[in-house]
Design a protein around this ligand. Structure first.
Ligand SMILES: NC(=O)c1ccc[n+]([C@@H]2O[C@H](COP(=O)([O-])OP(=O)(O)OC[C@H]3O[C@@H](n4cnc5c(N)ncnc54)[C@H](OP(=O)(O)O)[C@@H]3O)[C@@H](O)[C@H]2O)c1
Length: 269
């Protein structure tokens, strides 16, 4: 990464805010500039990570990496506003978009021949155990991609994929945290129903999901095999598994991913 690079974030809500924090860990807060319509959001980033509160104009003028963190519906309007200030730049800069479904070609059509990196992050990036999928636009080079990857290194796992796969990835890792939280929440309620306090059930449920994922990663074994390993004949676990099958848990999750994928594609139209 070019020494002394500055990164700017326009739109610092749930996801943009998390990624500004990640960038501050990698680059130092004094190299990160943040702007949002709601000043309280950037105030928090300034207090927590030492990021600089800035105006969009300042970010567009001096940041080498410009991250757009607004909702897909708000992106066309933002692109329209930033086009002119960006044409005045004579140095190299990279535009990063995290907007679900929006193709790099659409951003290039709005901004011209500028280097664009499209990413698909998730909120667990805040804990250092997130996932960010990355794809290069037509005018972005390896140097642009590498600078973005380096800046997001503290987020967790970073995967460069062809852009044709990013919407499917979004349905799994971008939307997946909500599905996993629903599962944890249900596991907690089940524990309370069986007699645990909510605090006890929460600790057990969260640690079980965390440990199961870690163990699957460590062993590299198929989750189906790991499930079979803990189901003893006529045991308690297989009884629970049978109920999940009866209530179509697996097909419900597969349908949820399909619906999220279809909606992601639709958001880009
Ligand atoms: N949340 C996730 O888990 C997740 C995961 C992967 C990708 N993403 C992507 O991340 C992007 C942001 O999602 P989010 O959930 O973080 O949304 P969010 O919480 O609503 O954050 C967006 C922020 O940007 C502000 N904003 C809108 N237009 C602006 C402008 N022109 N200048 C400055 N600030 C502006 C919004 O203000 P207003 O609310 O007043 O409009 C809001 O504070 C989306 O494109 C989404 O597809 C999100």
């Amino acid at each position: 990464m070019a020494e002394g690079i500055k990164a700017g974030f326009i739109g610092c809500g749930n996801m943009g805010g998390v990624l500004a924090g990640v960038a501050a860990k990698a680059l130092g807060g004094d190299s990160v500039y943040v702007f949002d319509k709601h000043p309280e959001k950037t105030e928090k980033l300034s207090l927590n990570y030492g990021c600089n509160k800035a105006w969009a104009a300042e970010i567009l003028e001096k940041c080498g990496i410009i991250v757009l963190g607004v909702k897909p519906q708000a992106l066309p309007d933002l692109l329209e506003k930033i086009k002119e200030p960006l044409t005045r730049r004579t140095d190299r800069f990279t535009v990063v978009s995290m907007a679900a479904g929006v193709k790099t070609s659409a951003i290039e059509a709005a901004l011209g021949e500028v280097p664009v990196i499209r990413i698909m992050p998730n909120t667990p990036c805040a804990s250092g155990e997130g996932v960010i999928l990355c794809s290069k636009g037509s005018f972005a080079g390896d140097e642009d991609l590498n600078a973005v990857l380096k800046m997001f290194e503290p987020a967790g796992k970073l995967l460069t994929v062809p852009e044709s796969k990013i919407d499917a990835g979004c349905a799994v890792s971008g939307c997946g945290p909500a599905f996993v939280y629903m599962f944890i929440d249900a596991l907690i309620d089940g524990g309370v129903r069986a007699g645990l306090t909510r605090a006890e059930a929460t600790l057990l449920a969260e640690q079980t999901v965390l440990g199961s994922a870690k163990y699957a990663i460590q062993t590299g074994a198929e989750p189906a095999k790991l499930k079979a390993d803990v189901c003893s004949p006529k045991g308690a676990t297989i009884e629970g598994v049978a109920v999940l099958e009866e209530y179509s848990m697996r097909s419900a999750v597969m349908e949820a991913v399909k619906a999220a994928y279809e909606r992601t594609v639709e958001l880009g139209k």
